[in-house]
Ligand binder design. Structure first.
Ligand code: NAG
Length: 214
């Protein structure tokens, strides 16, 4: 078995509390486990992977499908043909009387959520219950659509542009971005997005939630 080949790994700055990386699986790849107390989220970008829990339950995940593994949950991610996944991991912030559950699903099965004052389409890939200390948002913009407000908040983001091209403003800098580009947004960095390309855009966004920033 070949170990996961890490195409790109980054823990950009000491202040980042999560890691985000693309894993390029070769034929007959099999993952290792995250570190102790670290939860893991994967989303399939290319090809297909099989996720299996220690109980033997197995699921095949194709493009647009994802899985969440609670901390210290034994599992494997395998592929017999080349595949690419994006992986998020963070040390789980425990909350008494709450536990997260392993789950497998796909973006297309998630309902559209209300976005008061905004026009983009929003789906959340993880439950919104208190047990979860982060969520992954999928955000769709039609050409010309943009965020209504320039946001500033304590939450961190890891963004992967899945489709289209557009412009991201961070502080006073403006960055043209296209599918495949990744952005880490530190707490309190002013941020604004406009889908200025000719085609719709979609991005995937990590956000820490449900825990005090202190
Ligand atoms: C996938 O998500 C949908 C919407 O949240 C939910 O109704 C469905 O039960 C989930 N499927 C599985 C296998 O958990």
């Amino acid at each position: 078995m070949t170990p996961l080949y890490l195409l790109l790994t980054f823990k950009i700055c000491l202040d980042s509390h999560f890691i985000m990386y693309l894993a390029k699986l070769k034929e007959n790849s099999r993952s290792g486990l995250p570190l102790h107390d670290v939860e893991r989220f994967i989303f399939v970008l290319h090809g297909a992977v099989t996720v299996t829990s220690a109980h033997g339950e197995s699921h095949i995940l194709k493009v647009d499908s994802y899985a969440y593994f609670p901390p210290n949950f034994e599992h494997s991610i395998e592929s017999d043909a080349p595949a690419i996944i994006v992986v998020f991991e963070r040390r789980y912030a425990h909350l008494s009387n709450h536990v997260t559950e392993p789950l497998v699903n796909s973006t297309d099965k998630q309902p559209l959520l209300e976005t008061p004052g905004e026009i983009f389409e929003l789906r959340k890939l993880l439950p919104m219950s208190l047990a979860y200390d982060f969520n992954i948002h999928i955000m769709d913009f039609q050409p010309g659509e943009f965020l209504n407000v320039k946001e500033v908040h304590y939450n961190q983001h890891g963004l992967l542009l899945l489709e289209g091209e557009s412009i991201y403003r961070l502080g006073d800098s403006w960055y043209p971005v296209q599918a495949g580009d990744v952005i880490w947004m530190a707490p309190f960095v002013p941020q604004w997005y406009a889908a200025l390309g000719k085609t719709p855009t979609r991005y995937l966004l990590y956000k820490d939630v449900n825990r005090s920033p202190l």
